[in-house]
Design a protein around this ligand. Sequence first.
Ligand SMILES: Cc1cc2nc3c(=O)[nH]c(=O)nc-3n(C[C@H](O)[C@H](O)[C@H](O)COP(=O)(O)OP(=O)(O)OC[C@H]3O[C@@H](n4cnc5c(N)ncnc54)[C@H](O)[C@@H]3O)c2cc1C
Length: 431
Amino acid sequence: MIEIENDADYQAYRRRLFDFLWHEVEPLAGEIERGGEFPRDKLFPRFREFGLWGLLIPRRHGGLGLTTKQYLPILAEFSKVAGTVRVLLHVHNTSARAVAAYGSAAQKEALLPALARGDSSLTFAITEPNSGSGMDVACRAQRDGDEWCVNGTKHYITNAEFADLHLVCCRTGAPGGSDGSGDRRDRRALSALIIPTDAPGFTIEPMPRLMGNNGPYHGILHFEDARVAAASMIGGEGDGLEIFLGELEPSRAFVAASSLGAAERALEIALDFAKRRVTFGKRIAARPSVQAELAEMARDVYALRLILEDVAGKIDRGEDCALEASIAKLSGLETVMRVTDKALDVVGGRAYFSDYPYPLERIYREARINLAEEGTPSIQRLVMARALLELPAPLAIGTLGAPYQPAGTDPALGQNVPPDLSYAHDPEMPD
Ligand SMILES: Cc1cc2nc3c(=O)[nH]c(=O)nc-3n(C[C@H](O)[C@H](O)[C@H](O)COP(=O)(O)OP(=O)(O)OC[C@H]3O[C@@H](n4cnc5c(N)ncnc54)[C@H](O)[C@@H]3O)c2cc1C
């Protein structure tokens, strides 16, 4: 039984966990990824011993109840040692978090202890082949007595190979809108259902091999008049958007933490190689061009760490941080792409081979999943711009200390009067 009561407990747990990850998981990572077979019999019970299935589940329901600040370093370390382990546990923990946040007391009692032990696992199923990961969800659930009847398809679903439960985003509003208005953007038209793998009318089709993070296969979920009890709904009818977006927001910071781990490992590899490799009678670490690459990599890694520390605090304080979480996700992606690219350059041809001796090409491939997870860069920019345009002035995101604007001044204009910009408006041009 792991009890984390204070920072000393957490630090001791973190050290034990990292020992396990580097001694027992890291040596298997290359083979798991190449073979696409996850050694479930070997690792799943060890994950249970370390409480890894319940990292975000409250302690009263059998989990460790970590804060975001405590969780992010663990995710980063998963990603440093084995991307497939990070992906697997990230999805499980994010999905379990949704039940803890939005489930009824009865649902929490019924589901969370088994999820915390890893006796049960829940996927997070939004994406569909013919619509994006958003409000144009086509998978429909219709009420039929005390059941929901579900029809539709979800794809790319992580952990589909072994999970016994699936948190599925379904359209429950009338076609084109809950009020029959024809508006597919109706915010109350979506709901969250937990559908068990053995529900009648539900089948799972394995998906092809991935660019990286191979392990348990990703699945296509087919629902053909699939039946689930009415009580399987998380939250109320029409709460789906709030639930899925509510979980995607912190989960963007979780993905960014995985970028941080991969970027830091790439930097460690580049540093190690630069200190060992001698060309033309000198270590390459002595060459200004290599030093410049290492310096820029370190700058990127450090900046991402600071972003994550800030976002983690905001999530833990329950602050609205849609803007910051998307900034973290996008910065994480750009950081890990730049840093792994530079590491490849520093290590040269050797980096293009597997485990020769560094796992850099695996880490490079694994990190590219962060492009798609919890929304693409375009989607992050969209979320950021929307949130930014709604923020009050003065902005708090760049302010060191509490925002304060002296009376009679304006953060954009100082004491200048607002200009008449109408001259810039061409009446011939549509808005
Ligand atoms: C390995 C892997 C695992 C995944 N696991 C899961 C999972 O467990 N559960 C789940 O629900 N999903 C999962 N996903 C899906 C992931 O969230 C989506 O791939 C991602 O949201 C992008 O959706 P899409 O692939 O349909 O791309 P598309 O929507 O087809 O987008 C393609 C391109 O068009 C751009 N684009 C699309 N719409 C717009 C727009 N409105 N404005 C501007 N640009 C736009 C995108 O930014 C992107 O560049 C997984 C994906 C992968 C690759």
